[in-house]
Design a protein around this ligand. Structure first.
Ligand SMILES: Cc1cc2nc3c(=O)[nH]c(=O)nc-3n(C[C@H](O)[C@H](O)[C@H](O)COP(=O)(O)OP(=O)(O)OC[C@H]3O[C@@H](n4cnc5c(N)ncnc54)[C@H](O)[C@@H]3O)c2cc1C
Length: 328
C-alpha cells in the first residue's frame, strides 16, 4: 500500500527554483486526493537550511542529501542518491520539474526505478485513486493523456510555469531529515556554473515575453523589443530564423529546438507562427501577435492580433506603456 507521494526539488544558487514550488503544490493536490503524505527530496550543497521551506508549499517532510559533492547536477551522483531515497519508501507517484536538468534526471530515474515516465506534463488529475497526466505531443499538435498500469510507479515531470503554485504559508515548515547516502565517485563533474548576470529575466521563468522573428530584419532592431521588454519587465525571446541569422543567441530561441515557455503574456513580433515555433509557446496564457501580413498563421493562435508594420507599432506601444506607468 503506497504511503506517500515524492516531489524532487531543484536547488540552484543557494535557493530552490520556482518550479520546485509548483511541483510541490501539484504534489500536495495528488497526495491529498490519495490520502497519503507528501515527501520532498532536496539534494545539493548547503540545501539543509532551506529544506524546511518546501513545507510552505505543502510538503510534509523533506529528505535532504547535503554534500559539497552534490553542488551541481551531475547524473552520476544525483540519480543513485535520489533513487536510494525513493526506494526506502513505497510511493504512489514521483513528481519532478520538466526543466533541463529535470528532464535528464527523470528519464534516468525512471529507468533505474522501472517507473513509467510521463515527461513534460501540463496537467495531472486523480480519478478514483488512479493518476492521469496530460502532455503535449507532436510539437504541441496533440495532447495525450497518460495512465499507468496498476503495479507501475507513475513518474511525472511537470512543465514549468503551467501548474498553479500555492501561496507560501510561512507557518507551515516541513520536517527535515538528513539522509546518509553513499555518493558514488563520478567520472564527470561540473567545474563551474556560469550564471547569467545580465539581470535579464530567464525565459522559462518569465511572466511576460516579447519575442522577435525574421520580421525584425537586423540584430540592432531588437533594441526596440528590449525597450518594450524593459517597460513591461519582460524577457526577450526569438524565433529560430532570428537566431539562425545571428541576431540573437541560441539561449533566446523559443520553439521545438529551443525553449518551451509558458508566460502569462507572449508578444510575437514579426514571427509567422510556424508549427515549430508554436511548439515552444503555444501554451502561453495570452498570445499577442504583431505582423503586417493578416494571413500569417500566428493569428490563428493569437488571442489578440495587430496587423501593422512592427517598426511603427512597437515604439508607439512602448510609449503608451511608459505613459500608463507614469500615471499609475
Ligand atoms: C526541425 C525543425 C526545428 C525547428 N525549430 C524551431 C524552433 O525551435 N523555433 C522556431 O522559431 N522555429 C523553428 N524552426 C523553424 C520554423 O520552421 C520557421 O522557419 C521559423 O520559426 C520562422 O521564423 P519566423 O517566424 O521568424 O520567420 P518567417 O516565417 O520568415 O516570418 C517572418 C514574419 O515576419 C512578418 N514581417 C516581416 N516584416 C514585418 C514588419 N515590418 N512588420 C510586421 N511583420 C513583419 C512576415 O509577415 C512574416 O510573417 C524549426 C524548423 C525545423 C525544420
Amino acid at each position: 500500500m503506497a504511503d506517500c507521494v515524492f516531489v524532487v526539488a531543484e536547488f540552484r544558487g543557494g535557493d530552490f527554483r520556482r518550479v520546485s514550488y509548483e511541483v510541490a503544490s501539484e504534489g500536495r493536490k495528488i497526495a491529498d486526493a490519495l490520502g497519503v503524505s507528501l515527501y520532498g527530496i532536496a539534494v545539493g550543497s548547503g540545501v539543509t537550511d532551506k529544506a524546511s521551506q518546501l513545507g510552505f508549499y505543502g510538503v510534509d517532510k523533506v529528505f535532504v542529501a547535503d554534500d559539497p559533492a552534490l553542488e551541481s547536477y551531475v547524473a552520476e551522483t544525483y540519480v543513485p542518491v535520489i533513487a536510494s531515497i525513493i526506494e526506502q519508501a513505497d510511493p504512489a507517484a514521483v513528481l519532478l520539474a520538466a526543466s533541463v536538468d529535470g528532464k535528464d534526471l527523470s528519464a534516468r530515474l525512471a529507468a533505474r526505478l522501472e517507473a513509467g515516465l510521463a515527461q513534460d506534463c501540463t496537467e495531472v488529475v486523480c480519478e478514483d485513486g488512479a493518476l492521469k497526466a496530460k502532455r503535449p505531443i507532436f510539437a504541441g499538435k496533440c495532447l495525450a493523456w497518460c495512465e499507468w498500469a496498476e503495479d507501475a510507479l507513475p513518474m511525472i515531470s511537470c512543465r514549468p510555469n503551467v501548474m498553479d503554485c500555492r501561496d507560501a504559508d510561512a507557518t507551515r515548515e516541513a520536517e527535515v531529515e538528513a539522509v546518509a547516502v553513499e555518493i558514488p565517485e563520478a567520472r564527470s563533474r561540473a567545474t563551474g556554473l556560469e550564471l547569467d548576470t545580465s539581470g535579464k529575466v530567464e525565459l522559462t521563468e518569465a511572466e511576460i515575453i516579447v519575442s522577435g522573428g525574421r520580421g525584425m530584419k537586423a540584430s540592432e532592431n531588437f533594441s526596440i523589443l528590449e525597450e518594450l521588454a524593459t517597460e513591461l519587465g519582460a524577457a526577450v525571446g526569438a524565433s529560430r530564423a532570428a537566431v539562425d541569422a545571428g541576431w540573437r543567441p541560441h539561449s533566446d530561441q523559443v520553439g521545438q529546438t529551443g525553449k518551451v515557455v509558458n508566460p502569462n503574456l507572449y508578444i510575437a513580433v514579426g514571427i509567422s507562427g510556424a508549427i515549430q515555433h508554436l511548439a515552444g509557446m503555444g501554451s502561453s496564457k495570452y498570445i499577442v501577435a504583431v505582423n503586417k501580413d493578416p494571413e500569417a498563421p500566428i493569428f490563428t493562435k493569437a488571442d489578440y492580433g495587430v496587423v501593422e508594420d512592427l517598426f511603427k507599432f512597437v515604439p508607439a506601444f512602448t510609449e503608451e506603456v511608459r505613459k500608463m506607468k507614469s500615471t499609475c
